[in-house]
Design a protein. Structure first.
Length: 331
């Protein structure tokens, strides 16, 4: 009797294991590492919403596999993503990592990718130095200077000859500053001063005073998504608009998610970027409608598009591999 019970128990366990293995083989997990709390929480909400919007519009299966997102909050802290990435790969058996709201966070996972041979889709961080750090990085956002360069040409064509640049002092800010400056000078403009603001410093007032004292035609600004409201408010409070100084910058400043809360200070600001929620196309209208419907009427921004495109890229890659999740094949 005991032998029979033991045989039945082993049979049940074997069946359960086979079921688990079968289920695992039919499910592709994406480990999404984004800030859902802290000062960059808007980024995490938007990236997550974009990925979910793609699945709502296109389904949750591809190449015979169900695609499942495992969401983890890194709180925007640089010491979190590497640990989280290791846990997702080892414990949750994810086949792809995605997210990374800031450059230091994206860079921190490079050793994990190279060792585990797991692709990481960067939805947000824009610094040019990230990509060479691992053969397993891909990006669905932009490289920072791509938005700055056309604005430099616009500025000279619209009579802005003397400009002060003001950027957050980290990888993307330096990339964007260089992209704008090189093009602006090439087009005949003059950079009067280059001001860099510590990334963790939310008080722009003393730096804006330097800009006002320089008396430029305009100030070109880059601050990370989420900081635009503070900057815009202090730009007006320090009297730069009153002094006739034009405010121009990349679209991070006039983030679609936060622009409603900026109020009057946002009026007259000129920005350039790779996405606007107002883009007039059937695809964008469907995207915006889905994000609003599923997220309490939230307007999607460029971070959300990064999440949408990351999910689309995953589906396209899985179609090409026939559902094979080997990291090198996916890359």
């Amino acid at each position: 009797m005991k032998v029979l019970k033991r045989t039945l128990l082993l049979g049940a366990l074997t069946s359960a294991l086979l079921t688990t293995v079968s289920f695992a083989a039919e499910t592709v997990k994406i480990g999404l590492i984004v800030p859902m709390t802290g000062p960059s929480a808007s980024t995490g909400r938007q990236v997550d919403a974009g990925g979910r919007a793609y699945q709502a519009l296109h389904g949750t299966t591809v190449a015979g596999k169900k695609v499942e997102v495992v969401l983890r909050d890194d709180a925007g802290s640089a010491d979190q993503p590497r640990r989280i990435a290791q846990e997702l790969v080892v414990n949750d058996h994810v086949s792809i990592l995605a997210g990374f709201g800031l450059t230091p966070l994206a860079l921190s996972v490079a050793p994990v990718l190279s060792q585990a041979k797991v692709p990481a889709i960067i939805t947000s961080a824009t610094t040019s130095t990230i990509m060479p750090k691992s053969d397993y990085y891909v990006r669905t956002s932009n490289a920072g200077s791509q938005s700055a360069v056309p604005l430099a040409t616009w500025a000279t064509k619209n009579g802005l000859k003397k400009i002060v640049t003001l950027v957050s002092d980290y990888g993307p800010g330096i990339d964007i500053e260089k992209g704008f400056t090189d093009q602006f000078k090439k087009d005949g403009g003059e950079i009067m001063e280059s001001v860099r603001v510590p990334l963790q410093n939310p008080d722009f007032a003393p730096f804006l005073q330097r800009v006002r004292d320089a008396k430029p035609d305009a100030v070109f600004v880059f601050v990370p998504s989420g900081f635009g409201s503070i900057f815009m408010k202090q730009f007006v409070e320090r009297g730069l608009r009153e002094a006739g100084i034009k405010l121009i910058g990349t679209g991070d400043v006039t983030d679609d998610d936060l622009i409603n809360g900026m109020g009057a200070p946002a009026l007259g600001v000129i920005t350039s970027h790779f996405y606007s929620a107002n883009h007039d196309s059937p695809e964008n209208k469907a995207f915006v409608a889905e994000v609003r419907k599923a997220n309490n009427n939230m307007r999607p921004n460029f971070m959300s598009v990064g999440g949408y495109d990351a999910m689309q890229l995953t589906y396209l890659a899985l179609e090409k591999t026939g559902g094979d999740t080997d990291g090198t094949k996916l890359i």
